[in-house]
Design a protein around this ligand. Structure first.
Ligand SMILES: C[S@@+](CC[C@H](N)C(=O)[O-])C[C@H]1O[C@@H](n2cnc3c(N)ncnc32)[C@H](O)[C@@H]1O
Length: 213
């Protein structure tokens, strides 16, 4: 594979990736991804892209509720993908793929649904990736996105900013106060629909959906 472009490990440092599930599990309720998936409306036989699949936790939540869909998990990180492969080794309807962080390695109009959980806070060029997702979605296909949103309580914003300033990803997280809206504003997507949100220690997570028109 050619050099990976603009990759940031899930937790800022590559050596933490093997412990990702444990660390994220300590700040994110176990049920969170299932709650996110439960609010999606996905055709039973959909072709789904999990953009930034990491260790494959979204894939497991999707399969729990949509066992017959066909899922492709895409990520730049070989260590995270190795962990994902161990979890999904017995599933014939799932594949995970590594790519170089450039253009998404799929044809136009390929997927019925794209999901992405906690990925856009980890990448630069958010508009470019959102437009790539737009390209690979079929017309009327849905993009379900979960990421940091704007916290309206000032005291919480202060705490969140402080905690993010300690992160090795602080350069990216600096403008992560409202990732969800920014991603959509900077891309070809419109009509953002928010449907679920929770607070974790580093901010408010918003889940939303948008459609390729
Ligand atoms: C915080 S993790 C989230 C993983 C997973 N979606 C979840 O729900 O736990 C962010 C993931 O985005 C991946 N990533 C970073 N840059 C990427 C890119 N350009 N394209 C796809 N994935 C990327 C990282 O390797 C990491 O696995």
């Amino acid at each position: 594979m050619s050099k990976i472009i603009g990759h940031y490990p899930a937790l800022g440092y590559g050596f933490l990736t093997p412990y990702y599930d444990k660390i994220i599990g300590s700040v994110l309720p176990r049920s969170f991804r299932s709650e996110f998936v439960a609010r999606m409306d996905i055709p039973w036989d959909a072709k789904i892209l999990d953009f930034g699949t990491g260790t494959g936790e979204m894939i497991l939540s999707l399969l729990d509720q949509y066992p017959l869909v066909e899922i492709t998990g895409l990520d730049t990180d070989p260590i995270a993908l190795k962990l994902a492969r161990q979890k999904i080794s017995k599933k014939n309807n799932v594949q995970v793929t590594q790519y170089d962080g450039g253009y998404l390695p799929f044809e136009d109009n390929h997927f019925d649904t794209v999901v992405s959980c906690l990925v856009f806070c980890n990448i630069g060029e958010r508009g470019r990736f959102a437009d790539e997702i737009y390209r690979v979605l079929k017309p009327n296909g849905r993009f379900y996105l979960c990421d940091f949103g704007y916290e309206t309580k000032r005291w919480k914003r202060v705490i969140f900013r402080f905690l993010r300033s300690l992160s090795p990803l602080r350069a990216l997280l600096k403008d992560s106060e409202d990732v969800v809206s920014r991603v959509l504003n900077d891309s070809k997507f419109n009509d953002l629909e928010f449907f679920y949100s929770i607070n974790i220690i580093t901010g408010t997570l918003n889940c939303c959906a948008t459609v390729k028109r």
